[in-house]
Ligand binder design. Sequence first.
Ligand code: ADP
Length: 168
Amino acid sequence: MEEKVAVYPGSFDPITYGHLDIIKRALKIFDKVIVAVAHNYDKKSLFTHTERVEMIQDALKGHPNVTVESFEGLLMEYMKGTNARVVLRGLRATSDFEYEYHMASMNRSLNQEIDTLFMVTGKDYFFVSSRTIKEVASLGGSVEGLVPKNVAQKLREKFAQQKRGQKS
Ligand code: ADP
């Protein structure tokens, strides 16, 4: 039987428990999930691409059916090199819907073989986004329970580093 594979694309700057919840639930439907980390040169990220990939790999140790890959440019072009026919996206609130709906429709017009599947966020993570996590962490707030431990540590290091940079 054909292997069921889904690609979960995103910036993951950084990965949160919201993302991990989607991945773990998707593993109950798909044989394999590829987390595809976007290499966006025009989108300013806090963590480098390598740091983002390493944090995901670390957080997903013990899940052999998940692989972490990188892509740049059009997602639909990247998909051609995989055996996946499904793009997985998470939906938190209605505010996510419009952008995601347009993106999914655009991707479908680019490649009719690929479908986008939306999973609604777990109740504990609907307010969690990489952006708010970075905001809270930059102000010294606790993000415990919202991101994996390795990510919380990396956030502390990154903002301490930035503060030292500002002083010198
Ligand atoms: P992008 O930059 O492509 O929006 P993100 O890394 O922010 O990438 O998010 C990747 C995907 O995960 C998106 O579909 C986003 O809506 C979803 N997502 C982000 N946070 C959560 C969460 N807390 N619960 C469910 N889905 C989420």
